[in-house]
Design a protein around this ligand. Structure first.
Ligand code: BV8
Length: 233
């Protein structure tokens, strides 16, 4: 694919599924165990902070029990070997892209391993539980919340993402159902900008009709195959 100079990749929960992290919408997935409104909205957090802090504490602790899969490793290889521009945007709050070797990851919905202080607004790298209201490492206030973007909150670095979508030759969506905006709208932005749009997913997403090509299958197989293609074998 010599003519490809700028790639934007969007990943969702499906890329981490084979690592053992629940997706959101599969049967028994995260949102089936909890109502979105109760655990992933500012209102839910205000209503029952312990429920929300515990929900994220459990997911943060579970990271120690999972490992990146071949799809994460393949994207890290792409970052190392692709000569053009690459922007990896993830909706995932896990750290599997980083542990798979990707150095530049844009977490548009935040990260489990980051704490946001509601008192001073500073972010700190975070590994422990928050349920016991630990002090903010910067201002000592006991006002930490998970540094994740809840429904109704503005995702991070949207300007940078839209700029990259407007300039890319290739947009690749991996393991996302296309159910949540603004991420679900990225394919339309890329397509309007003239990019080729490729979807790698276990099943067709809500936006499949907008992609020039959809390949159905497991990310651990499709992503390494695609990276091999892009790097010219
Ligand atoms: C915003 C972080 C605007 C937290 C997440 C009414 C009221 C309020 C808002 C809205 C509304 N209507 C619409 C909205 C906007 C709303 C929205 O889109 N709602 C939806 C439900 C309609 N969006 C927002 O609120 C966003 N903010 O709009 O702000 C604004 C404007 C101005 C000022 C202020 C604000 C913020 C949304 C972010 C929410 N946070 N996550 C956490 O993780 O707990 S969302 C969360 O769900 C993920 O981050 C991700 O985005 C989404 C899950 O989607 P997927 O990753 O796709 O996972 P899913 O399970 O759905 O699908 C998995 C896919 O993988 C499947 O397709 C499956 O086939 C595939 N798969 C499975 N296994 C494999 C596989 N593929 C390959 N291989 C496999 N092995």
């Amino acid at each position: 694919m010599a003519e490809i100079a700028r790639i934007v990749i969007l990943t969702g929960a499906g890329i981490s599924a084979e690592s053992g992290i629940d997706t959101f919408r599969a049967a028994g997935g995260l949102w089936e165990q909890h109502r979105v409104e109760d655990v992933a909205t500012p209102e839910g957090f205000a209503r029952n902070p312990d429920l929300v802090l515990n929900f994220y504490d459990m997911r943060r602790a579970a990271l120690a029990r999972v490992a990146p899969n071949a799809a994460h490793l393949a994207l890290a290889r792409l970052e190392r070997e692709f000569a053009g521009d690459l922007l990896l945007v993830t909706q995932n709050v896990d750290d599997l892209h980083e542990r798979g070797g990707s150095a530049r990851v844009l977490h548009m919905h935040g990260e489990l391993k980051s704490a946001l202080c509601q008192a001073c607004g500073m972010r700190s790298r975070w590994e422990q539980a928050m349920i016991d209201r630990p002090p903010c490492p910067v201002c000592q206030a006991r006002a930490l919340r998970p540094d994740v973007v809840w429904f109704g909150e503005m995702p991070y670095q949207m300007g940078r993402i839209y700029q990259a979508l407007a300039a890319c030759d290739l947009f690749v969506s991996i393991g996302t159902s296309g159910a949540v905006y603004p991420a679900a709208g990225f394919v339309a932005e890329a397509r309007d900008a003239g990019a080729r749009c490729l979807e790698l997913n276990l099943e067709p997403s809500e936006g499949s009709h907008l992609f020039h090509e959809t390949r159905l299958g497991a990310a651990s197989r499709l992503v390494p195959e695609w990276v091999e293609e892009v790097l010219g074998g």
